[in-house]
Design a protein around this ligand. Structure first.
Ligand code: BGC
Length: 776
């Protein structure tokens, strides 16, 4: 755990330069706009420890995998988000000396992420040879207004000398991934050109053939208005630059404005990529840095209006939650249904930038409540578009008749994960994809989604589950063998309760959805029957038979559902008895020991109880929570949030708060010592859930919002905005009142502690704050 980030409600601040935490800061201070993203690498040369990262959404490389023993059905590659051309580069030479924070003395260094306005700022004084001091100040952002663009303001001031300052803005496509299996470089150069104060590079990925054109335009002026200084273009393979020589005068600031555009062939035909890039560059350069920044701040103000959470009385918690919301909004904006949310977003290479079940299970609630419905709908459409590949994927494993198995890890719908215990067995991901459809419709009321897209997906998934179970004549019930549940610290178990539960629910929901489409749109239904070769009677009867005769392991004696058949055979020790020095288990224990142990990586039975809480009474939830949580090591960042929500539901405010704390500053304080790899973007959505579904107890029931809030003791109030069915509702929880204010025209009925309140458009209503333990 680290503690070097200064607490501030709207800013993330690092003061003083410590090269040992540089890679952590590069992750924390990342910027992005859903279309591209950027680690907080330095503009000028840096020869110290760094993980360079410039990412372009949707552009990936199918890196050959390394596995010991090839198994039928394995994917041939692991998709990787690519470190793309470095567009931030501005090298600085003072006289003959290159500015490099690794080789000079650094004073007054600060890095600030301005979350309110959406930009990154950095300043420092570097002491070069002979005691020459130079001051640098930079600001940069990825525009959320014009999402293929970025802009940089960079100034250099010789403080105590006059000498030639050579400024070299460049675009460098000669980059590599730190995580490349065979040390290959993934980009080839297709084209390069330099023009008047401009340059561009077109790079193409090997194998996948994505073209990305990265262009720059710049100006260099001095503070007294001198300039724009002439520049000398130069280039080499995969690199274009301009050199600008300025007679640096003591005390006089030299400012560089660099405008960048990153266009990908995913959005333009290759033939016009260069032209479009140049047009974009001219457009933003004409607008200028200051105007772009004003627009950026205005666009962020709108995002904050929709998604902010305000915590009074705890600045560290406030900073933590805003940081999470900021990074989520930087990662996914929902305009393009081909894009998704990698567990590390645009902040690192780990997890390959690919899509996991994290999106459906953890991110969907955040985007549903903080963005217009289309944003989440696009996440669902993403999976709809991959349905065919999911059917092919299942077919490779021997499934038939349109059964769909969505991949555990994917970029384009193909599976690219190849550890057998996950690829073949962690099949519960199919359930989360169906659950997200249900969640979306429950929240938005958009039932037509079933007719247009959802039902096809649900049928494919239900067909998979039907074939994945088998009849056990010994038990006289259906069983599901050889499964890995969400708890990846057990593999190849039989009858994982969570997986069997969600499987049956998927079949139930598919039947319900079928009924809806049949009744509401007979013509569409008929066309789906024919398209999917659906034999409604035969298929739904089989599904019902499974639902009615499925075996779910449980212990009557303990009154709990069993994670899997053999769970009670394990030695029943508790996490509290583990030696701290042995944690995290995944780094300290052999895999064999982990698999045989009772310890749980993340919510498993409790994940099911969280999804389907209305099925269980409070005593059942409590017994399961009290049994499983003490056995859970929370070694996935996705774990604490589900526990926080259930603890809050059970009225265990203290534990709810403790779980929340584990996630909210996970990256800011580098809790797990892994922030340098990138931020835990998908678990950030879980942090939001801990506040809104946990502390505020928000649920959607019967087309209305319900709140059963409690106020953590340390806070004097918290409030947040929610978008619900065309209304924007602000919910504020204080010691004595819950205030609901409707910031839209649309009236809403909202329940607080089960009592309904009418909140008219523009109106405000106060409900009494009277938390009742366990009354959610
Ligand atoms: C978790 C998975 C998750 C993945 C990506 C793993 O550590 O166990 O549930 O999908 O990380 O976040």
């Amino acid at each position: 755990m680290k503690n070097y980030i200064k607490v501030d409600e709207w800013k993330i601040i690092e003061e003083g330069f410590d090269p040992h935490v540089n890679k952590i800061s590069e992750s924390i201070f990342s910027i992005g706009n859903g279309r591209m993203g950027q680690r907080a690498n330095f503009e000028e040369k840096y020869t110290g420890e760094t993980l360079q990262g410039n990412y372009v959404a949707g552009v990936y490389y199918p890196d050959k995998t390394r596995v010991g023993w090839w198994k039928n059905g394995y994917p041939e590659y692991f998709a990787k988000v690519l470190n793309a051309a470095n567009w931030i580069g501005i090298d600085i030479r003072i006289g003959n000396e290159t500015l490099d924070l690794n080789t000079c003395k650094v004073k007054e260094f600060s890095r600030i992420l301005h979350m309110k306005e959406g930009y990154l700022e950095r300043s420092f004084i570097a002491e070069l040879s002979g005691g020459r001091e130079v001051k640098v100040h930079s600001r940069r952002f990825c525009s959320i207004v014009d999402d293929e663009t970025g802009a940089i303001f960079y100034s250099v001031t010789p403080l105590n000398f006059s000498d030639v300052v050579t400024i070299t803005p460049f675009v460098d496509g000669d980059v590599k991934n730190a995580d490349s299996n065979y040390d290959e470089k993934f980009w080839d150069e297709v084209h390069q050109e330099t023009g008047d104060k401009s340059a561009l590079l077109v790079m193409r990925t090997k194998k996948t053939g994505f073209n990305v054109c990265t262009g720059m335009m710049f100006s260099v002026v001095s503070a007294d208005g001198q300039g724009d200084y002439p520049s000398q273009p130069f280039s080499r393979n995969k690199y274009v630059a301009h050199e600008v020589e300025v007679n640096g005068v003591e005390g006089k600031e030299i400012t560089v404005r660099k405008y960048v555009a990153n266009l990908s062939s995913e959005n333009y035909p290759v033939e016009i990529l260069r032209d479009e890039c140049q047009k974009t560059l001219r457009r933003i350069a004409a607008k200028g840095f200051d105007k772009m920044l004003v627009e950026q701040a205005a666009a962020w103000a709108l995002k904050w209006q929709e998604s902010d959470i305000v915590i009074e009385g705890d600045a560290a918690a406030q900073q933590g939650i805003r940081f999470n919301i900021f990074q989520l909004n930087q990662t996914y904006t929902g305009e393009d249904a081909r894009l998704n949310i990698g567990p590390k977003g645009f902040t690192g290479e780990k997890y390959g930038g690919s899509t996991y079940w994290d999106t459906e299970a953890y991110c969907v609630p955040f985007y549903l409540a903080t963005a217009p419905p289309d944003v989440t709908r696009n996440l669902l459409i993403y999976r709809y578009k991959h349905l065919e590949k999911a059917i092919e994927n299942a077919a490779k494993l021997g499934f038939t008749n349109g059964a769909a198995l969505y991949p555990m890890v994917t970029m384009n719908g193909e599976e690219c994960h190849n550890e057998w215990e996950i690829t073949f067995e962690e099949i519960h991901r199919n359930g989360a994809i169906a659950y997200a459809i249900f969640n979306y419709i429950r929240y938005t009321g958009d039932k037509e989604y079933l007719t247009d897209y959802g039902l096809e997906v649900l049928i494919g998934i239900a067909r998979f589950w039907r074939q994945r179970v088998n009849w056990s004549s010994d038990r006289n019930q259906y069983v599901m063998l050889g499964v890995t549940g969400p708890n990846e610290y057990e593999n190849n178990v039989n009858n994982n309760w969570y997986t069997s539960t969600i499987a049956c629910w998927c079949m139930e929901y598919a039947i319900e959805a079928m009924g809806y489409v049949r009744e509401s749109n007979a013509e569409k239904y008929r066309s789906l029957v024919s398209k999917l070769h659906l034999n409604e009677h035969e298929e739904t009867s089989a599904w019902k038979h499974i639902i009615d005769n499925m075996y779910f392991p449980e212990s009557k004696e303990l009154g709990v559902f069993l994670q899997q058949d053999g769970y009670l055979d394990k030695e029943q020790t508790l996490v509290k008895d583990l030696n701290e020095a042995e944690r995290p288990l995944n780094q300290k224990w052999s895999w064999d020991r982990i698999l045989r142990s009772v310890f749980i990586k993340q919510a498993d039975v409790l994940q099911g109880i969280y999804f389907f809480e209305e099925r269980y009474d409070e005593a059942t939830i409590r017994r399961n929570f009290d049994f499983y949580e003490p056995r859970t090591v929370h070694e996935s960042s996705l774990s604490p949030c589900v526990h926080a929500i259930l603890a809050a539901k059970l009225g265990d405010e203290q534990r709810a708060y403790e779980f929340y704390l584990r996630t909210s500053r996970l990256d800011l304080d580098d809790y797990n010592n892994d922030t340098e790899d990138g931020l835990h973007i998908t678990s950030m959505a879980g942090t939001w859930m801990s506040v809104v579904e946990g502390f505020a107890g928000m649920r959607v029931r019967n087309d209305a919002l319900h709140f059963n809030p409690f106020l953590p003791a340390k806070w004097s109030s918290f409030s947040f905005n929610i978008l619900f069915r065309g209304a924007i509702l602000n919910v504020r929880i204080e010691r004595e009142y819950v205030t609901l204010s409707n910031q839209s025209e649309k009236p809403l009925t909202v329940c607080v502690f089960d009592k309904p309140y009418e909140v008219n458009g523009g109106g405000e209503v106060r409900a009494e704050y009277k938390p009742v333990a366990g009354n959610v």
